[in-house]
Design a protein around this ligand. Sequence first.
Ligand SMILES: [Fe+2]
Ligand SMILES: [Fe+2]
Ligand SMILES: [Fe+2]
Ligand SMILES: [Fe+2]
Length: 419
Amino acid sequence: MKSRLTHLPVQDIEFQPDFAADFISEFIKACEKGKSGRDIYHSWKVCILTYMIGKKMGLSDFEQRELFFASLLHDIGGVMVGGHVVEKLTQVPDVYGQKNDFLIFAHPYRSQTIMRSFPTFRHVSKIIGAHHEFYDGSGFPSGLKGEEIPLAARMIRLADTVDVTMKLHHIDDISELLQFLHFSVGEEFDPTVFEAFRELVLNASLLDKVKDSAEIERNMKNIKGEMKDTYYFASPDTLNRFFRMISIVTDNLTSPSSLHSLQVSDTAVQIAGLMKQPDTEMMTIRWAGFLHDIGKLVVDRSVYFKKEKLTDEEWGQIRAHPQLTYDILNCVNGMDKIAFYALYHHENFDGSGYPEHLKGSKIPLGARILHVADAFEAMTSNRVHQRKKDWQDALDELKKNRGTQFDPEIVDAFVREFG
Ligand SMILES: [Fe+2]
Ligand SMILES: [Fe+2]
Ligand SMILES: [Fe+2]
Ligand SMILES: [Fe+2]
């Protein structure tokens, strides 16, 4: 069956101007959790520090927005199944070691590649790709030097090292930190950027703005308030491809079948078509498919690849993901419907699912559709604990669970079309 995606009227779905800042910041925060489950806030801290440096150095509003998004996204390619590049950087503090560590060396390029395909993010992606370049040309990956490195990337370089250094050396004392960083001025850091930073630290207590989670949350909220933007997602197609990119990042980090969310999204759109849903609803379901499992990024991601039997606690973590997806999306204006579809995508028709044991028509239709699409994708792909079923076996399984796990009407429509 031909997907109706290309005909969907994306422009009917409007997001507020604060959407880009809200969504990207919440998504990045979700990706940055330490082993203990606490927020690392690395990119948020970098964002707050560079915001202040940018203001001090007189960037225009547009440049300030570019700096904001580049700071948030600079390490998106450094989110790994087993952790985050910033944790690795604290173990490999010198640049020679970093260049020899493939994951560290490649992460600016990976971040750049992820963002490069979006025309409105093209310059942001250039900044991101250069965030480990050193002022004297000894950084990586390209060995750019001085003015060849975008100014915003030079600001991120400094803020990035400030966060890593404070973590690594447990430095709380400002003069000790400045002294430490001073050794690298003219080598790692642009002297002008460092001077702006130094003045801010001494005269405006810059580091207090990132000292604890309450301060970080408060300052980020204020900065986001200034980042109202209709440029980055001005084209509906960009927004669609952006959610698709998020689904690929999620699948890479959480799903042994590497296209899980993409395929769930495709199948769900096809089912929505069979259920005669209006086009705007199909678009909502498409995006809910892309985003339904982003909550999986929040827990220890290695659990999804574990071959041994899972403990009760690990199962608990896995079962928390619909709620965690909801928590991320619920912070973003305009995503309520998608948030609810994701929250209920593991509810069973007879009330035996989770997290709220909803039953029948109490479960939104979008969520019932996702549930069938999700199960079908899971059955027809190879998983850690289960080999894939063939198409017919998977259809039989849907029929077997018609009315218990799945909405019977959806199963009937699906089997009629694909059986
Ligand atoms: Fe980095
Ligand atoms: Fe970083
Ligand atoms: Fe799920
Ligand atoms: Fe899923």
